[in-house]
Design a binder for this molecule. Structure first.
Ligand code: HEM
Length: 354
């Protein structure tokens, strides 16, 4: 083919692509919103309802954190050998069986808070849990815009017990449990980015009136969780000797034994998230999509990701909390040095409860 023949072919291909793009029509919903697929229109009233009445007007607060935890506890309820329907809403549908499982301690609060929304709107519990998680995360500055697929059938049976990892489980058994449900160690690290917008209510009974954050910035989706889990632990936020808890580097901060053990096992992957917001977002987004589809048939679901709001951006670099420096890092990744970070000015950081 001559050069001019080749360039006309390229131009023609370009025109075909353009006309395909132009032919993708967006549907206009009754409320004026536009979406790629009209089946997604039903989600806008639910979005508005939960932002107002579940998430306190669009905050990245307690109900968002709990709703994100719930996406995990529902979805991980699947094992190829032991059954369970994964992200099927069984934690709501069979709540009287699943909420008493030891690993689900405290999850009953958000289960009970979400139930009236499921009853009020025409949506399955499995869809609602994942939708609420994705909408909730969109309230957290720095978070990725999570994807959401609609159409999960109702759960037919409760998940078996012991599918949700415990903070006192060995790292071998935690990684084996995730592998059983289809997740690699790198995906586990990506999912644990969720602990950057998280706090514990039930790990230390002496501080149970307060929720104790896992990092110093529990209302924003940043990489501080990955920074602070690499700093030498020096004290407990409450008492010593609680199952599943180890010393943290900051007053008022909680460190789970599981996080402290997954870190050295996955050291360079873990460290790679420090101050790398784009990796933090893309890896979490991909792993959360996979989590939201555990044991579901994606080909039967409708992609309604364009209903999920775009999260606010975050313009803050990772840092050492005031009083701490790179001398406090317990470096486990041998291949790459710890990134250079500045230390916050001021007195030694203490993390307030949330
Ligand atoms: C190794 C696996 C994991 C273990 C052992 C674990 C354990 C825990 C524990 C013990 C708590 C504190 C609960 C409380 O006291 O109220 C917690 C909180 C939380 N977890 Fe995990 N988790 C794991 C993985 C995940 C994953 C994969 C996600 C989500 C994708 C997640 C999301 C959360 C969130 C958002 C909270 C905070 C809840 C709140 O602030 O109310 N966790 N986790």
């Amino acid at each position: 083919m001559t050069f001019s023949g080749l360039s006309s072919l390229i131009l023609a291909l370009g025109a075909v692509q353009l006309s395909n793009a132009a032919s993708i029509k967006r549907a206009t919903c009754a409320d004026g919103n536009t979406v790629t697929n009209a089946a997604c229109c039903v989600l806008f009233p639910i979005l508005e309802d939960i932002q107002t009445n579940l998430f306190d007007g669009g905050e990245c607060g307690e109900e968002v954190h709990e709703s994100l935890r719930l996406t995990f506890h529902d979805a991980i309820g699947f094992s190829p050998s032991r059954g369970g329907g994964g992200a099927d809403g069984s934690l709501i549908t069979f709540s009287e069986i699943e909420t008493p499982f030891h690993a689900n301690l405290g999850i009953d609060e958000i289960v009970e808070a979400q139930k009236p929304f499921v009853a009020k709107h025409n949506i399955s519990a499995g869809d609602f849990i994942q939708f609420a998680g994705a909408v909730g995360v969109s309230n957290c500055p720095g978070a990725p815009r999570l994807q959401f697929f609609l159409g999960r059938p109702d759960a037919v049976a409760p998940a078996p017990d012991l599918t949700v990892p415990e903070p006192f489980d060995s790292v071998d058994s935690i990684l084996a449990r995730f592998a059983d449900a289809g997740f690699s160690p790198a995906e586990v690290v990506a999912l644990l980015a969720s602990h950057t917008i998280a706090a514990a209510d039930n790990v230390d009974p002496t501080v149970f009136t307060d929720r104790t954050p896992f990092d110093s910035t529990p209302s924003v989706f940043d990489s501080q969780f990955f920074v602070e889990t690499q700093l030498r632990g020096t004290s407990f936020p409450g008492t010593a000797g609680n199952q599943g808890e180890v010393e943290s580097p900051l007053r008022g901060e909680m460190r789970l034994q599981s996080d402290s053990e997954v870190y050295p096992r996955t050291a360079c992957e873990w460290q790679s998230f420090v101050n790398n917001q784009s990796k933090l977002q893309s890896a979490f987004k991909a792993a959360m999509l996979k989590l939201s589809l555990v044991a579901q048939d994606k080909s039967k679901l409708v992609d309604c990701s364009d209903v999920i709001p775009v999260p606010p951006t975050l313009n803050a670099a990772a840092h050492f909390p005031a009083g701490l420096t790179k001398n406090d890092v317990e470096q486990a990744c041998a291949a790459t040095p710890f990134p250079a970070l500045t230390t916050d000015p001021g007195p030694v950081t203490a993390v307030p409860p949330v």
